[in-house]
Design a protein around this ligand. Structure first.
Ligand SMILES: Nc1nc2c(ncn2[C@@H]2O[C@H](COP(=O)(O)OP(=O)(O)OP(=O)(O)O)[C@@H](O)[C@H]2O)c(=O)[nH]1
Ligand SMILES: [Mg+2]
Length: 495
Protein backbone atom coordinates (compact mmCIF):
# COMPACT_ATOMS: atom_id res chain seq x y z
CA UNK A 1 0.00 0.00 0.00
CA UNK A 2 2.79 2.33 0.99
CA UNK A 3 4.51 1.83 -2.36
CA UNK A 4 1.28 2.56 -4.29
CA UNK A 5 0.71 5.71 -2.27
CA UNK A 6 4.27 6.83 -2.78
CA UNK A 7 3.91 6.28 -6.53
CA UNK A 8 0.64 8.25 -6.58
CA UNK A 9 2.09 11.16 -4.64
CA UNK A 10 5.19 11.22 -6.80
CA UNK A 11 3.05 11.19 -9.94
CA UNK A 12 1.01 14.11 -8.68
CA UNK A 13 4.17 16.00 -7.82
CA UNK A 14 5.65 15.48 -11.27
CA UNK A 15 2.42 16.72 -12.84
CA UNK A 16 2.53 19.73 -10.51
CA UNK A 17 6.12 20.44 -11.52
CA UNK A 18 5.13 20.40 -15.16
CA UNK A 19 2.04 22.55 -14.52
CA UNK A 20 3.87 25.17 -12.47
CA UNK A 21 7.30 25.28 -14.01
CA UNK A 22 7.05 24.16 -17.63
CA UNK A 23 3.54 24.89 -18.87
CA UNK A 24 3.38 28.68 -18.36
CA UNK A 25 6.40 29.29 -20.62
CA UNK A 26 5.29 26.53 -23.01
CA UNK A 27 1.94 28.21 -23.59
CA UNK A 28 3.33 31.76 -23.54
CA UNK A 29 5.90 31.08 -26.25
CA UNK A 30 3.68 28.85 -28.37
CA UNK A 31 5.61 25.66 -27.65
CA UNK A 32 2.28 24.05 -26.85
CA UNK A 33 -1.32 25.14 -27.35
CA UNK A 34 -2.55 23.28 -24.30
CA UNK A 35 -0.84 23.19 -20.92
CA UNK A 36 1.76 20.43 -21.11
CA UNK A 37 0.20 18.46 -18.28
CA UNK A 38 -3.08 17.99 -20.18
CA UNK A 39 -2.07 14.51 -21.31
CA UNK A 40 -0.51 13.34 -18.09
CA UNK A 41 -2.59 14.82 -15.33
CA UNK A 42 -5.10 12.02 -14.89
CA UNK A 43 -4.66 8.53 -13.50
CA UNK A 44 -2.43 6.00 -15.29
CA UNK A 45 -4.27 4.49 -18.24
CA UNK A 46 -4.11 1.17 -20.06
CA UNK A 47 -5.23 1.34 -23.68
CA UNK A 48 -6.49 -1.89 -25.21
CA UNK A 49 -6.61 -2.11 -28.98
CA UNK A 50 -7.01 -4.94 -31.45
CA UNK A 51 -9.10 -6.43 -34.20
CA UNK A 52 -12.83 -6.68 -33.70
CA UNK A 53 -13.79 -9.78 -31.75
CA UNK A 54 -10.22 -10.33 -30.63
CA UNK A 55 -11.64 -10.56 -27.11
CA UNK A 56 -10.70 -7.12 -25.79
CA UNK A 57 -13.89 -6.61 -23.81
CA UNK A 58 -13.96 -10.21 -22.56
CA UNK A 59 -10.41 -9.93 -21.25
CA UNK A 60 -11.26 -6.64 -19.54
CA UNK A 61 -14.29 -8.25 -17.90
CA UNK A 62 -12.04 -11.10 -16.80
CA UNK A 63 -9.66 -8.70 -15.07
CA UNK A 64 -12.39 -6.55 -13.55
CA UNK A 65 -14.21 -9.56 -12.17
CA UNK A 66 -17.62 -8.81 -13.73
CA UNK A 67 -19.25 -8.36 -17.12
CA UNK A 68 -19.07 -4.58 -17.32
CA UNK A 69 -18.43 -4.45 -21.06
CA UNK A 70 -20.65 -5.91 -23.79
CA UNK A 71 -19.16 -8.79 -25.69
CA UNK A 72 -20.30 -10.76 -28.69
CA UNK A 73 -19.52 -12.24 -32.07
CA UNK A 74 -19.04 -9.85 -35.01
CA UNK A 75 -18.19 -6.18 -34.39
CA UNK A 76 -20.08 -5.58 -31.12
CA UNK A 77 -19.01 -2.33 -29.62
CA UNK A 78 -18.18 0.75 -31.69
CA UNK A 79 -17.40 2.98 -28.72
CA UNK A 80 -14.35 4.01 -26.78
CA UNK A 81 -15.05 3.30 -23.12
CA UNK A 82 -12.95 4.61 -20.28
CA UNK A 83 -13.33 2.37 -17.24
CA UNK A 84 -12.30 3.95 -13.99
CA UNK A 85 -12.64 3.56 -10.26
CA UNK A 86 -15.51 5.04 -8.33
CA UNK A 87 -14.02 6.35 -5.12
CA UNK A 88 -17.50 6.97 -3.76
CA UNK A 89 -18.77 3.43 -4.35
CA UNK A 90 -18.94 0.70 -1.77
CA UNK A 91 -16.21 -1.88 -2.28
CA UNK A 92 -17.96 -4.70 -0.51
CA UNK A 93 -20.89 -4.64 -2.92
CA UNK A 94 -21.20 -6.67 -6.08
CA UNK A 95 -18.81 -5.42 -8.81
CA UNK A 96 -20.85 -3.28 -11.19
CA UNK A 97 -20.99 -0.08 -13.16
CA UNK A 98 -21.83 2.61 -10.62
CA UNK A 99 -21.98 5.67 -12.85
CA UNK A 100 -21.81 6.53 -16.56
CA UNK A 101 -20.79 9.75 -18.27
CA UNK A 102 -21.15 10.59 -21.92
CA UNK A 103 -18.50 11.78 -24.35
CA UNK A 104 -19.42 15.46 -24.20
CA UNK A 105 -18.73 15.64 -20.47
CA UNK A 106 -15.49 13.70 -20.89
CA UNK A 107 -14.21 15.97 -23.63
CA UNK A 108 -15.10 19.20 -21.86
CA UNK A 109 -14.51 18.54 -18.18
CA UNK A 110 -11.02 19.83 -17.30
CA UNK A 111 -10.72 17.05 -14.70
CA UNK A 112 -10.18 14.59 -17.56
CA UNK A 113 -7.26 14.61 -19.98
CA UNK A 114 -9.33 14.22 -23.15
CA UNK A 115 -9.78 17.81 -24.34
CA UNK A 116 -7.26 17.14 -27.14
CA UNK A 117 -9.88 14.83 -28.71
CA UNK A 118 -12.50 17.57 -29.02
CA UNK A 119 -11.38 18.24 -32.56
CA UNK A 120 -12.66 14.80 -33.59
CA UNK A 121 -16.19 16.22 -33.59
CA UNK A 122 -19.70 15.14 -32.72
CA UNK A 123 -19.49 11.64 -34.13
CA UNK A 124 -16.57 10.85 -31.90
CA UNK A 125 -18.24 12.43 -28.84
CA UNK A 126 -21.19 10.13 -29.46
CA UNK A 127 -18.83 7.14 -29.43
CA UNK A 128 -16.92 8.03 -26.31
CA UNK A 129 -18.03 7.34 -22.73
CA UNK A 130 -16.89 6.70 -19.22
CA UNK A 131 -17.97 4.01 -16.81
CA UNK A 132 -17.16 4.12 -13.14
CA UNK A 133 -17.02 0.91 -11.20
CA UNK A 134 -16.14 -0.42 -7.79
CA UNK A 135 -13.83 -3.13 -9.19
CA UNK A 136 -10.66 -3.14 -7.04
CA UNK A 137 -8.63 -3.80 -10.22
CA UNK A 138 -9.24 -0.17 -11.19
CA UNK A 139 -8.03 1.36 -7.94
CA UNK A 140 -4.82 2.81 -9.33
CA UNK A 141 -5.47 2.82 -13.08
CA UNK A 142 -8.08 3.29 -15.75
CA UNK A 143 -8.66 1.02 -18.73
CA UNK A 144 -9.77 2.17 -22.18
CA UNK A 145 -11.68 -0.36 -24.24
CA UNK A 146 -11.72 0.52 -27.93
CA UNK A 147 -13.87 -0.41 -30.91
CA UNK A 148 -12.36 -3.28 -32.84
CA UNK A 149 -10.30 -2.43 -35.85
CA UNK A 150 -11.94 -3.06 -39.16
CA UNK A 151 -10.32 -3.00 -42.57
CA UNK A 152 -9.05 0.39 -43.66
CA UNK A 153 -11.91 1.02 -46.11
CA UNK A 154 -14.59 0.63 -43.45
CA UNK A 155 -12.51 2.72 -41.03
CA UNK A 156 -13.19 5.77 -43.19
CA UNK A 157 -16.93 5.57 -42.48
CA UNK A 158 -16.58 6.16 -38.78
CA UNK A 159 -16.98 9.95 -39.06
CA UNK A 160 -13.83 10.67 -37.10
CA UNK A 161 -10.17 9.81 -37.54
CA UNK A 162 -9.87 6.46 -35.81
CA UNK A 163 -6.09 6.20 -36.20
CA UNK A 164 -5.61 9.68 -34.82
CA UNK A 165 -7.75 8.89 -31.78
CA UNK A 166 -5.75 5.72 -31.13
CA UNK A 167 -2.49 7.68 -31.48
CA UNK A 168 -3.71 10.39 -29.11
CA UNK A 169 -4.89 7.90 -26.49
CA UNK A 170 -1.68 5.88 -26.79
CA UNK A 171 0.27 9.01 -25.95
CA UNK A 172 -1.72 9.48 -22.77
CA UNK A 173 -1.57 5.82 -21.79
CA UNK A 174 1.05 4.28 -19.56
CA UNK A 175 0.56 0.93 -21.25
CA UNK A 176 -0.89 -0.18 -24.59
CA UNK A 177 -2.07 -3.75 -25.07
CA UNK A 178 -2.28 -4.82 -28.70
CA UNK A 179 -4.54 -7.86 -28.97
CA UNK A 180 -4.63 -10.39 -31.78
CA UNK A 181 -6.83 -13.37 -32.07
CA UNK A 182 -5.84 -16.61 -33.64
CA UNK A 183 -7.54 -15.82 -36.96
CA UNK A 184 -6.55 -12.35 -38.06
CA UNK A 185 -3.37 -10.38 -37.56
CA UNK A 186 -3.24 -8.32 -40.74
CA UNK A 187 -5.67 -5.51 -39.93
CA UNK A 188 -3.49 -4.31 -37.07
CA UNK A 189 -1.05 -2.73 -39.51
CA UNK A 190 -2.49 0.78 -39.56
CA UNK A 191 -3.09 1.07 -35.84
CA UNK A 192 0.43 -0.17 -35.27
CA UNK A 193 1.69 2.54 -37.57
CA UNK A 194 -0.20 5.26 -35.74
CA UNK A 195 1.05 4.24 -32.29
CA UNK A 196 4.56 3.79 -33.66
CA UNK A 197 4.44 7.33 -35.01
CA UNK A 198 3.01 8.97 -31.92
CA UNK A 199 4.92 7.18 -29.18
CA UNK A 200 8.51 8.20 -28.80
CA UNK A 201 11.00 5.53 -29.82
CA UNK A 202 12.58 5.75 -26.37
CA UNK A 203 9.49 4.53 -24.53
CA UNK A 204 7.82 2.43 -27.23
CA UNK A 205 9.21 -0.99 -26.24
CA UNK A 206 8.39 -0.41 -22.61
CA UNK A 207 4.92 0.84 -23.34
CA UNK A 208 3.47 -1.72 -25.71
CA UNK A 209 2.62 -5.35 -24.96
CA UNK A 210 1.51 -7.72 -27.73
CA UNK A 211 -1.04 -10.34 -26.78
CA UNK A 212 -2.20 -13.40 -28.70
CA UNK A 213 -5.68 -13.94 -27.28
CA UNK A 214 -8.32 -16.68 -27.53
CA UNK A 215 -5.64 -19.39 -27.60
CA UNK A 216 -8.15 -21.91 -26.23
CA UNK A 217 -9.61 -22.01 -29.73
CA UNK A 218 -6.58 -23.72 -31.23
CA UNK A 219 -7.43 -27.29 -31.94
CA UNK A 220 -4.13 -28.64 -30.63
CA UNK A 221 -0.73 -27.62 -29.35
CA UNK A 222 0.59 -27.89 -32.90
CA UNK A 223 -2.15 -25.61 -34.11
CA UNK A 224 -1.22 -23.08 -31.42
CA UNK A 225 2.40 -23.18 -32.59
CA UNK A 226 1.30 -22.62 -36.17
CA UNK A 227 -0.86 -19.63 -35.17
CA UNK A 228 1.94 -18.22 -33.04
CA UNK A 229 4.41 -18.63 -35.90
CA UNK A 230 2.06 -16.87 -38.32
CA UNK A 231 1.59 -14.00 -35.90
CA UNK A 232 5.36 -13.64 -35.43
CA UNK A 233 5.83 -13.52 -39.18
CA UNK A 234 3.04 -10.96 -39.57
CA UNK A 235 4.47 -8.84 -36.80
CA UNK A 236 7.93 -8.83 -38.31
CA UNK A 237 6.33 -7.70 -41.58
CA UNK A 238 4.44 -4.93 -39.83
CA UNK A 239 7.28 -3.75 -37.64
CA UNK A 240 9.92 -4.17 -40.33
CA UNK A 241 12.17 -5.75 -37.73
CA UNK A 242 13.75 -9.15 -37.52
CA UNK A 243 13.57 -9.47 -33.76
CA UNK A 244 10.09 -10.36 -32.63
CA UNK A 245 8.63 -8.47 -29.70
CA UNK A 246 7.57 -10.54 -26.70
CA UNK A 247 4.05 -11.89 -27.20
CA UNK A 248 1.84 -13.01 -24.32
CA UNK A 249 -0.50 -15.92 -24.99
CA UNK A 250 -3.78 -15.93 -23.17
CA UNK A 251 -7.53 -16.43 -23.24
CA UNK A 252 -10.56 -15.50 -21.19
CA UNK A 253 -11.83 -18.61 -19.39
CA UNK A 254 -15.26 -17.07 -18.83
CA UNK A 255 -15.70 -16.32 -22.54
CA UNK A 256 -14.37 -19.66 -23.72
CA UNK A 257 -17.18 -22.15 -24.32
CA UNK A 258 -16.89 -25.05 -21.94
CA UNK A 259 -15.41 -27.77 -24.10
CA UNK A 260 -16.34 -31.35 -23.43
CA UNK A 261 -15.03 -34.80 -24.22
CA UNK A 262 -12.01 -35.32 -26.44
CA UNK A 263 -11.71 -31.60 -27.25
CA UNK A 264 -11.42 -30.77 -23.56
CA UNK A 265 -8.74 -33.39 -23.16
CA UNK A 266 -6.75 -31.99 -26.08
CA UNK A 267 -6.99 -28.43 -24.78
CA UNK A 268 -6.07 -29.44 -21.30
CA UNK A 269 -2.62 -30.46 -22.50
CA UNK A 270 -1.37 -26.92 -23.23
CA UNK A 271 -3.72 -24.45 -21.57
CA UNK A 272 -2.65 -25.11 -17.98
CA UNK A 273 0.95 -24.48 -19.03
CA UNK A 274 -0.01 -21.02 -20.21
CA UNK A 275 -2.15 -19.93 -17.27
CA UNK A 276 0.83 -18.05 -15.86
CA UNK A 277 0.82 -15.83 -18.97
CA UNK A 278 -2.48 -14.27 -17.96
CA UNK A 279 -1.12 -13.75 -14.48
CA UNK A 280 1.99 -12.08 -15.95
CA UNK A 281 -0.23 -9.89 -18.08
CA UNK A 282 -2.32 -8.97 -15.07
CA UNK A 283 0.80 -8.07 -13.12
CA UNK A 284 2.09 -5.96 -16.03
CA UNK A 285 -1.23 -4.09 -16.14
CA UNK A 286 -1.25 -3.54 -12.39
CA UNK A 287 2.30 -2.23 -12.69
CA UNK A 288 1.13 0.55 -15.03
CA UNK A 289 1.33 3.28 -12.36
CA UNK A 290 5.03 2.48 -11.90
CA UNK A 291 5.61 2.39 -15.65
CA UNK A 292 3.77 5.66 -16.00
CA UNK A 293 6.24 7.19 -13.57
CA UNK A 294 9.09 6.19 -15.86
CA UNK A 295 7.30 7.87 -18.75
CA UNK A 296 6.64 10.96 -16.70
CA UNK A 297 10.28 11.16 -15.67
CA UNK A 298 11.38 10.97 -19.29
CA UNK A 299 8.53 13.33 -20.23
CA UNK A 300 9.99 16.03 -17.98
CA UNK A 301 13.49 15.46 -19.34
CA UNK A 302 12.51 15.26 -23.00
CA UNK A 303 9.99 18.11 -22.94
CA UNK A 304 12.39 20.19 -20.86
CA UNK A 305 15.21 19.59 -23.32
CA UNK A 306 13.00 20.43 -26.29
CA UNK A 307 11.56 23.54 -24.68
CA UNK A 308 15.02 24.79 -23.84
CA UNK A 309 16.09 24.23 -27.43
CA UNK A 310 12.95 25.93 -28.70
CA UNK A 311 13.43 28.97 -26.49
CA UNK A 312 17.14 29.13 -27.34
CA UNK A 313 16.20 29.33 -31.01
CA UNK A 314 13.69 32.14 -30.33
CA UNK A 315 16.32 33.96 -28.32
CA UNK A 316 18.89 33.45 -31.08
CA UNK A 317 16.42 34.90 -33.60
CA UNK A 318 16.06 38.06 -31.54
CA UNK A 319 19.83 38.35 -31.09
CA UNK A 320 20.36 38.02 -34.82
CA UNK A 321 17.61 40.49 -35.51
CA UNK A 322 19.13 42.97 -33.09
CA UNK A 323 22.47 42.73 -34.88
CA UNK A 324 20.74 43.10 -38.22
CA UNK A 325 18.82 46.14 -36.95
CA UNK A 326 21.95 47.80 -35.57
CA UNK A 327 23.72 47.26 -38.87
CA UNK A 328 20.79 48.71 -40.76
CA UNK A 329 20.47 51.71 -38.45
CA UNK A 330 24.16 52.36 -38.94
CA UNK A 331 23.76 52.14 -42.70
CA UNK A 332 20.68 54.40 -42.46
CA UNK A 333 22.63 56.95 -40.41
CA UNK A 334 25.50 57.03 -42.90
CA UNK A 335 23.03 57.27 -45.79
CA UNK A 336 21.14 60.12 -44.02
CA UNK A 337 24.36 62.01 -43.41
CA UNK A 338 25.25 61.56 -47.05
CA UNK A 339 21.77 62.71 -48.03
CA UNK A 340 22.10 65.74 -45.71
CA UNK A 341 25.44 66.54 -47.40
CA UNK A 342 23.79 66.30 -50.80
CA UNK A 343 21.06 68.68 -49.63
CA UNK A 344 23.69 71.17 -48.40
CA UNK A 345 25.42 70.97 -51.77
CA UNK A 346 22.15 71.56 -53.56
CA UNK A 347 21.35 74.60 -51.37
CA UNK A 348 24.83 75.99 -52.10
CA UNK A 349 24.33 75.45 -55.82
CA UNK A 350 21.20 77.56 -55.53
CA UNK A 351 23.51 80.34 -54.25
CA UNK A 352 22.04 80.35 -50.75
CA UNK A 353 25.08 80.54 -48.49
CA UNK A 354 23.42 81.57 -45.22
CA UNK A 355 24.92 79.13 -42.62
CA UNK A 356 21.58 78.86 -40.77
CA UNK A 357 19.81 77.86 -43.93
CA UNK A 358 22.56 75.48 -44.92
CA UNK A 359 22.67 73.79 -41.52
CA UNK A 360 18.90 73.72 -41.09
CA UNK A 361 18.21 72.52 -44.63
CA UNK A 362 20.76 69.73 -44.66
CA UNK A 363 19.81 68.66 -41.08
CA UNK A 364 16.11 68.51 -41.98
CA UNK A 365 16.94 66.51 -45.12
CA UNK A 366 19.03 64.09 -43.11
CA UNK A 367 16.30 63.64 -40.49
CA UNK A 368 13.64 63.20 -43.16
CA UNK A 369 15.75 60.63 -44.93
CA UNK A 370 16.37 58.78 -41.69
CA UNK A 371 12.64 58.73 -40.98
CA UNK A 372 11.97 57.42 -44.44
CA UNK A 373 14.72 54.83 -43.94
CA UNK A 374 13.40 53.64 -40.61
CA UNK A 375 9.73 53.51 -41.49
CA UNK A 376 9.95 52.16 -44.99
CA UNK A 377 13.30 50.79 -46.14
CA UNK A 378 14.34 49.20 -42.88
CA UNK A 379 10.87 47.69 -42.31
CA UNK A 380 11.10 46.02 -45.70
CA UNK A 381 14.59 44.78 -45.03
CA UNK A 382 13.52 43.37 -41.70
CA UNK A 383 10.62 41.56 -43.34
CA UNK A 384 13.14 40.12 -45.79
CA UNK A 385 15.37 39.10 -42.90
CA UNK A 386 12.47 37.34 -41.14
CA UNK A 387 11.63 35.54 -44.37
CA UNK A 388 15.19 34.38 -44.87
CA UNK A 389 15.34 33.02 -41.30
CA UNK A 390 11.97 31.32 -41.64
CA UNK A 391 13.18 29.71 -44.86
CA UNK A 392 16.22 28.32 -43.07
CA UNK A 393 15.63 28.10 -39.33
CA UNK A 394 18.66 25.84 -38.96
CA UNK A 395 20.76 29.01 -38.79
CA UNK A 396 19.26 29.64 -35.33
CA UNK A 397 20.98 26.76 -33.59
CA UNK A 398 24.00 24.53 -33.33
CA UNK A 399 23.34 20.82 -33.23
CA UNK A 400 26.60 19.54 -31.91
CA UNK A 401 25.48 16.04 -30.89
CA UNK A 402 22.73 13.48 -31.46
CA UNK A 403 20.68 14.61 -28.44
CA UNK A 404 20.63 18.17 -29.73
CA UNK A 405 19.85 16.92 -33.21
CA UNK A 406 16.88 14.93 -31.91
CA UNK A 407 15.47 17.84 -29.93
CA UNK A 408 15.99 20.19 -32.88
CA UNK A 409 14.18 17.76 -35.19
CA UNK A 410 11.27 17.84 -32.74
CA UNK A 411 11.04 21.64 -32.49
CA UNK A 412 12.31 22.94 -35.85
CA UNK A 413 8.86 23.21 -37.44
CA UNK A 414 7.40 24.75 -34.29
CA UNK A 415 10.08 27.43 -34.28
CA UNK A 416 9.43 28.19 -37.93
CA UNK A 417 5.66 28.45 -37.46
CA UNK A 418 6.00 30.58 -34.36
CA UNK A 419 8.36 33.06 -36.05
CA UNK A 420 6.15 33.21 -39.10
CA UNK A 421 3.11 33.98 -36.94
CA UNK A 422 4.50 36.13 -34.15
CA UNK A 423 7.35 37.72 -36.13
CA UNK A 424 9.55 37.79 -33.06
CA UNK A 425 7.11 39.91 -31.09
CA UNK A 426 8.20 38.93 -27.59
CA UNK A 427 10.49 40.49 -25.04
CA UNK A 428 14.04 39.21 -25.34
CA UNK A 429 14.71 40.22 -21.77
CA UNK A 430 11.82 38.12 -20.42
CA UNK A 431 12.64 35.23 -22.72
CA UNK A 432 16.25 35.05 -21.56
CA UNK A 433 15.26 35.27 -17.94
CA UNK A 434 12.67 32.52 -18.36
CA UNK A 435 15.14 30.39 -20.28
CA UNK A 436 17.63 30.59 -17.41
CA UNK A 437 14.89 29.66 -14.96
CA UNK A 438 13.78 26.79 -17.19
CA UNK A 439 17.30 25.39 -17.45
CA UNK A 440 17.63 25.37 -13.68
CA UNK A 441 14.15 23.91 -13.20
CA UNK A 442 14.69 21.07 -15.65
CA UNK A 443 18.04 20.20 -14.15
CA UNK A 444 16.78 20.26 -10.59
CA UNK A 445 13.49 18.49 -11.36
CA UNK A 446 15.22 15.75 -13.39
CA UNK A 447 17.64 15.08 -10.60
CA UNK A 448 14.98 15.03 -7.90
CA UNK A 449 12.72 12.80 -9.97
CA UNK A 450 15.56 10.37 -10.59
CA UNK A 451 16.31 10.22 -6.89
CA UNK A 452 12.65 9.66 -6.05
CA UNK A 453 12.45 6.94 -8.71
CA UNK A 454 15.32 5.01 -7.23
CA UNK A 455 13.52 5.24 -3.92
CA UNK A 456 10.44 3.70 -5.58
CA UNK A 457 12.61 0.87 -6.92
CA UNK A 458 13.93 0.21 -3.42
CA UNK A 459 10.47 0.21 -1.79
CA UNK A 460 8.77 -3.03 -0.95
CA UNK A 461 5.01 -3.28 -0.78
CA UNK A 462 4.58 -3.96 2.89
CA UNK A 463 6.77 -1.15 4.14
CA UNK A 464 4.79 1.14 6.35
CA UNK A 465 5.69 4.76 6.81
CA UNK A 466 4.38 8.27 6.78
CA UNK A 467 5.26 10.53 3.92
CA UNK A 468 3.37 13.74 3.99
CA UNK A 469 6.60 15.57 3.16
CA UNK A 470 6.64 16.64 -0.52
CA UNK A 471 8.92 14.39 -2.50
CA UNK A 472 10.07 17.03 -4.97
CA UNK A 473 11.36 20.15 -3.28
CA UNK A 474 11.06 22.02 -6.57
CA UNK A 475 7.32 22.34 -5.97
CA UNK A 476 7.93 24.38 -2.85
CA UNK A 477 8.99 27.20 -5.12
CA UNK A 478 5.73 28.77 -6.14
CA UNK A 479 5.47 30.55 -9.42
CA UNK A 480 3.00 33.35 -10.05
CA UNK A 481 1.25 33.09 -13.37
CA UNK A 482 3.06 35.04 -16.06
CA UNK A 483 6.56 34.33 -14.75
CA UNK A 484 7.14 37.81 -13.43
CA UNK A 485 10.20 39.23 -11.73
CA UNK A 486 8.84 38.11 -8.38
CA UNK A 487 8.93 34.52 -9.49
CA UNK A 488 12.41 34.84 -10.84
CA UNK A 489 13.73 36.31 -7.61
CA UNK A 490 12.07 33.70 -5.45
CA UNK A 491 13.49 31.05 -7.71
CA UNK A 492 16.97 32.51 -7.59
CA UNK A 493 17.10 32.72 -3.86
CA UNK A 494 15.49 29.40 -3.19
CA UNK A 495 17.50 27.17 -5.45
N1 LIG B 1 -13.14 -19.21 -27.03
C1 LIG B 1 -12.96 -17.95 -26.66
N2 LIG B 1 -13.84 -17.02 -27.04
C2 LIG B 1 -13.63 -15.77 -26.67
C3 LIG B 1 -12.48 -15.37 -25.92
N3 LIG B 1 -12.53 -14.04 -25.72
C4 LIG B 1 -13.66 -13.61 -26.31
N4 LIG B 1 -14.33 -14.64 -26.87
C5 LIG B 1 -15.59 -14.54 -27.61
O1 LIG B 1 -15.34 -13.80 -28.77
C6 LIG B 1 -16.40 -12.90 -29.06
C7 LIG B 1 -15.87 -11.48 -29.12
O2 LIG B 1 -15.40 -11.08 -27.86
P1 LIG B 1 -15.37 -9.59 -27.39
O3 LIG B 1 -14.78 -9.60 -26.03
O4 LIG B 1 -16.68 -8.96 -27.60
O5 LIG B 1 -14.32 -9.02 -28.43
P2 LIG B 1 -13.94 -7.50 -28.71
O6 LIG B 1 -12.54 -7.52 -29.13
O7 LIG B 1 -14.29 -6.68 -27.53
O8 LIG B 1 -14.87 -7.18 -29.92
P3 LIG B 1 -15.36 -5.71 -30.45
O9 LIG B 1 -15.68 -4.90 -29.25
O10 LIG B 1 -16.55 -6.01 -31.29
O11 LIG B 1 -14.26 -5.20 -31.22
C8 LIG B 1 -17.41 -13.09 -27.93
O12 LIG B 1 -18.43 -13.95 -28.41
C9 LIG B 1 -16.63 -13.77 -26.85
O13 LIG B 1 -17.43 -14.63 -26.08
C10 LIG B 1 -11.55 -16.39 -25.55
O14 LIG B 1 -10.52 -16.16 -24.94
N5 LIG B 1 -11.84 -17.65 -25.97
MG1 LIG C 1 -15.49 -4.98 -27.33
Amino acid sequence: MYRENYINVLREEIVETVANHLSPAAVKYGYSEMPLETNIKWRPMVLIIGNYSSGKSSLINEFLGADLQDTGQAPTDDSFTVLTYDEAADEGERIEVTEERDGKVLLNDPEYPFSTLRKQGQRFAAHFRLKKSNSPFLKDLAIIDTPGMLDSVTERDRGYDYQEVIGDLAQKAGLVLVLFDAHKAGTIREAYKSIRETLSAATFEDRVIFVLNRIDECSSFNDLLRVYGTLCWNLSQITGRKDIPMIRLTYSPNAAPKATGAAAYRKAEYLPLLENQREDLKRAILDTPRRQLDHLASFVEIQGERMIHYMEALSSFREQRRKFRLKKILTGTVASLFFGGLAALFIMMLGLLDPMLLGGGSGAAAVLFMLFWMTYIQKRQEAGFLQSVVADVDTLTDVEDQTRKDSWDAVREMVRKHLEKEKGGYSLFDLKRELTALRQTVEQASQEIREAMSEVAALSDDEDADFDIPILSINEISRPVGLGEEYYQSFRYNV
